[in-house]
Ligand binder design. Structure first.
Ligand SMILES: [Cu+2]
Length: 83
C-alpha cells in the first residue's frame, strides 16, 4: 500500500508537458531576450524562445499554462494561442 502510494506520487510528480505558446508583438532579438528573461523566473524544465513563439517543457504540478502566459505578457507581449 505504501509502495502504491509512492508510485502514484512519482507519476503525479513527473507530469511533464510540452506546449507551444504563439506570441504576438515580438519582432527582434531584444523581444526574444525580454521573454527569456521573464521565463527564467518561473520553474520550467526547458524553454526555447524564437520570434513569435516559445516552446516550453514544464511540470504541470509546479507551473501552469497561465503562469507561463502571464510571464510572457509581463515581458510585454500577447499570447495568442497555446498548443
Ligand atoms: Cu524586439
Amino acid at each position: 500500500m505504501i509502495v502504491t502510494f509512492g508510485v502514484e506520487i512519482l507519476i503525479k510528480w513527473n507530469k511533464k508537458m510540452t506546449k507551444i505558446f504563439k506570441i504576438e508583438g515580438m519582432s527582434c532579438g531584444h523581444c526574444v531576450m525580454a521573454v527569456k528573461k521573464e521565463l527564467v523566473k518561473i520553474s520550467l524544465e526547458k524553454s526555447d524562445v524564437k520570434i513569435g513563439e516559445a516552446v516550453v517543457d514544464f511540470n504541470e504540478n509546479l507551473v501552469t499554462e497561465k503562469d507561463i502566459a502571464d510571464a510572457i505578457e509581463k515581458a510585454g507581449y500577447k499570447v495568442i494561442s497555446i498548443n
